[in-house]
Ligand binder design. Structure first.
Ligand code: CAA
Length: 286
């Protein structure tokens, strides 16, 4: 069983909101940190909407929804994390921003046994650990989108992560949150993105070369391979900016052309066509 009751989530985009929701539904005390009041308001709306889906599908009572929301506090001050036992960082996929968060957490979290987890998909956990004075407490805990729906968590210890941190983190995500764990070494992309990202980039290259339409590429994989969604719609769900950032980290690490983001992806990100969250990506969501 997990001893962890007080959780902090830094960043409340798609992933941070989902992680906060899952923790609150598990009965934990959750604080979510964001950079602005507008961002916390958006996160509150996202979590309320997602809990509402749970009520509509009969998985959650209205009382559970209200109690779960009531367990989440929002703040713009990381100083509120002093008493947290488990902190998950889920800010943008940017090494500098993430390392700054870890350095700040190291200063404010008082409990030296607290676990600092990162939801990064591709940035080395070692770099995040070295931004603190307690790398043995730092571990990759990578959730999948939508977090309330998908069971998987990748557990990624760095070379310096302590054995007890690994055991406690695993007990927390499996016991308290009801997720399933796979383990990966600390390599950019871990297991799932090392397989997924080249596939998504191949679909974008296929579109870019005029080989097939977005609908036909997606229908091909949905109807021909029983995937829940096609690669372009999935890139829209992940976010084109996030997909680009993950591909760049992986390309930096391995220098393999299959991880190199194609020009169409770069131009669409330049244009603000980020996928579902911006209303338009490879498909329209307006
Ligand atoms: N929050 C809460 N619940 C949600 C949800 C959300 N954001 N999205 C969907 N659901 C629930 C719905 O309420 C529904 O529940 P019931 O069956 O109880 O009614 C169920 O999930 C199915 O949803 P829908 O019927 O609306 O739609 P669907 O059947 O088409 O499924 C999907 C939607 C779950 C997103 C599905 O298409 C899917 O699993 N797609 C693949 C997603 C995927 O591959 N994600 C991994 C991305 S990679 C990543 O995250 C890591 C990274 O580092 C990039």
């Amino acid at each position: 069983m997990s001893d962890i009751q007080r959780v902090g989530v830094v960043g409340s985009g798609l992933m941070g909101s989902g992680i906060a929701e899952v923790c609150a539904r598990a009965g934990l005390d959750v604080i979510v940190a964001e950079v602005s009041a507008d961002a916390t308001e958006a996160a509150h709306g996202r979590i309320a909407a997602s809990l509402g889906r749970g009520v509509r599908s009969g998985k959650l009572s209205e009382e559970d929804r209200d109690q779960s929301l009531g367990r989440i506090r929002f703040t713009t001050d990381l100083g509120d994390f002093a008493d947290r036992q488990f902190v998950v960082e889920a800010v943008a996929e940017n090494e500098q921003i993430k390392t700054e968060v870890f350095t700040a957490l190291d200063k404010v979290v008082e409990d030296r046994t607290a676990i600092f987890a990162s939801n990064t998909s591709s940035i080395p956990i070692m770099k995040l650990g070295m931004a603190t004075t307690r790398p043995e407490q730092v571990i990759g805990v990578h959730f999948f989108n939508p977090v309330p729906v998908l069971k998987l968590v990748e557990l990624v210890p760095s070379l310096l992560t302590g054995a007890e941190t690994q055991t406690r983190a695993e007990a927390f995500v499996t016991g308290a949150l009801g997720k399933e764990v796979i383990r990966s070494q600390d390599r950019a992309g871990f297991v799932v993105n090392a397989l997924l990202i080249p596939y998504l980039l191949s679909a974008i290259r296929m579109l870019e070369s005029g080989f097939a339409s977005p609908e036909d590429i997606d229908n091909g994989m949905v109807l021909g391979c029983a995937h829940p969604m096609g690669p372009l719609r999935l890139t829209d769900l992940i976010g084109l900016d996030t997909t680009k950032a993950i591909a760049e980290s992986m390309y930096d690490e391995f220098k393999e052309p299959l991880f190199s983001p194609p020009p169409l992806l770069l131009r669409m990100v330049d244009a603000g066509l980020l996928g579902k969250k911006s209303g338009r990506g490879f498909h329209n969501y307006a």
